[in-house]
Ligand binder design. Structure first.
Ligand code: HEC
Ligand code: HEC
Ligand code: HEC
Ligand code: HEC
Length: 383
């Protein structure tokens, strides 16, 4: 068995400028790296989220991994040589398999501009042509691309570079029960967030390769590994120290006022929903009936109330105020109506609610069924 991952694993895009986000990012990256070491991963191709803090950080993290980071088209500006190992050859009985790591040219590298000058992304198609030829010369019968790019980019790759059997799709958040046929290559989509494992079984005959794909849903029937569970408990405790949150009572049972806030923010930019009750009791009442008023609870139930990757959408104003503790539990009034500075004292009107506002959180990965008109109907205050 060969285990590979196609990226956006270790870091997340710093969403906000939260003062501790580098530290929380490092915690997560370290946890995943040692867990993948334990699982015996064979290769990993970083995606743009992994470059959130720059190339240097991911190079540093790669040294802790017992498996290579594969990326053929991230180059040093000076030498035009790849920063990471471009490919890996694995030998199973009777067959050599080449794994080639590629990332879209369109992504940004995240690090400080000074540092980024040291690197550039080469055209994945040109780079693939060169390395596919090299892998063939080295007698690889099967060539697998770990492709961190949009689906269109993967299809272009299949069209322009013959000889690739499998493209394991990174970046695309959707999963598909069947491989997509693209000019003789099979594009395999196992989705995001570790919800599924894409399993490809194949065997090779004289001239042909027969393969079978299976999407395995990683449901609760797969028991957690005791060692990883232990690390997770420690990870959560460490996170808690960096982003202090306090568990809170169910909004339904607690009185409506100040208690629902995690911490009172230090600047009035993001005032809590309790600030709005006195003048807008009807709107407040209807909001209390929506899932938005319980979004933070959804996290605490999963013991993820300190996980910054979740907090950005299940709370309001995280990191907007430069105080690690200043955010509001749940999707509050401001998430849709924007910061209410000067309202109503200066009679300033709040910006109208727009679809874009919803899509910041209701993205295809987290809200696949989102349709603006039907969703809007459920959150409007007049019923
Ligand atoms: C700050 C992030 C955020 C914003 C902005 C946001 N939502 Fe949500 N929304 C959530 C989260 C998180 C949930 C899930 C809460 C839960 O179930 O715990 C949710 C749930 C919902 C639900 C309930 C879905 C269901 O099946 O019951 C509807 C409807 C909804 N949102 C509509 C909207 C609309 C319309 C907008 C824009 C006007 C919007 N949301 C803006 C984060 C957001
Ligand atoms: C990009 C924004 C975003 C991020 C990040 C996010 N969520 Fe959500 N989450 C949503 C939205 C939007 C919904 C509502 C989806 C709907 O009903 O259409 C939701 C729904 C949920 C629900 C309730 C619905 C269900 O499936 O039971 C849970 C629980 C949840 N999220 C947990 C998490 C956890 C845990 C994390 C972190 C690993 C996380 N979310 C990260 C936006 C987000
Ligand atoms: C999920 C997004 C969302 C959240 C959260 C939200 N609202 Fe609204 N609000 C709307 C929409 C949508 C409208 C109506 C605009 C429209 O119909 O085009 C609206 C309208 C209003 C209005 C204008 C009068 C009216 O009823 O149309 C007030 C006042 C208001 N909201 C207050 C609040 C308060 C107070 C909160 C927090 C307790 C809140 N809203 C939370 C989406 C939201
Ligand atoms: C002291 C009273 C008061 C408080 C507190 C208050 N508002 Fe208002 N709000 C008003 C008045 C008055 C209007 C104008 C109503 C009208 O024109 O019919 C208004 C209008 C609105 C509107 C309609 C669009 C607009 O901007 O004119 C929204 C949305 C709104 N408020 C949201 C909020 C939110 C969210 C909060 C809490 C952060 C809040 N308000 C706090 C008094 C208040």
């Amino acid at each position: 068995m060969i285990l590979v991952d196609t990226g956006d694993l270790l870091y997340y895009r710093p969403p906000t400028g939260h003062p501790n986000e580098k530290k929380t990012g490092d915690l997560k990256a370290a946890l995943y790296t040692k867990t993948y070491n334990l699982m015996g991963y064979d290769a990993f191709t970083p995606g743009e989220l992994d470059f959130s803090f720059g190339v240097g950080e991911i190079v540093r993290m790669s040294k802790r991994a017992n498996f290579p980071f594969l990326l053929a088209n991230l180059m040093f500006t000076q030498s035009h040589k790849p920063v990471f190992k471009p490919y890996l050859i694995k030998e199973l009985p009777g067959v050599k398999i080449g794994f080639l790591g590629l990332i879209s040219k369109e992504v940004s590298l995240g690090g400080p501009p000074e540092e980024n000058k040291k690197y550039y992304l080469a055209d994945p198609i040109e780079v693939a042509k060169k390395f596919v030829a090299e892998l063939k010369k080295k007698k690889c019968r099967v060539i697998v691309v770990l492709g961190h790019m949009e689906l269109a980019g993967q299809e272009m790759l299949a069209k322009n570079v013959p000889g690739i059997q499998f493209i394991l799709s990174g970046h695309v958040p959707h999963h598909q029960p069947h491989p997509l046929d693209a000019n003789g290559s099979e594009i395999i989509m196992a989705g995001s967030r570790g919800e599924h494992l894409g399993q490809v079984d194949f065997f090779v005959e004289q001239k042909r390769i027969y393969s079978h794909f299976q999407l395995v849903t990683l449901s609760a029937e797969f028991a957690d590994h005791p060692q990883v569970q232990e690390w997770l408990v420690q990870y959560k405790a460490d996170l808690q120290k960096l982003i202090q949150t306090r568990p809170q009572a169910s909004p339904r049972r607690s009185p409506p006022a100040a208690r629902r806030e995690v911490v009172i923010p230090v600047t009035p930019l993001y005032m809590g929903e309790n600030h709005c009750i006195s003048c807008h009791p009807q709107q407040h009442q209807s909001w209390t009936g929506t899932a938005h008023a319980r979004a933070y609870q959804a996290l605490s139930q999963q013991n993820k109330s300190s996980d910054p990757t979740c907090l950005t959408c299940h709370t309001t104003g995280l990191g907007v105020v430069k105080n690690p503790n200043a955010f509001l539990a749940n999707v509050q009034c401001k998430a849709c109506h924007g910061p209410a500075e000067g309202h109503p004292e200066l009679r300033r009107s709040l910006s109208p609610v727009a679809e874009d506002q919803c899509r910041k959180c209701h993205n295809p990965g987290n809200s696949p069924n989102f349709k603006y008109p039907t969703y809007l109907q459920k959150v409007r205050h007049q019923k």
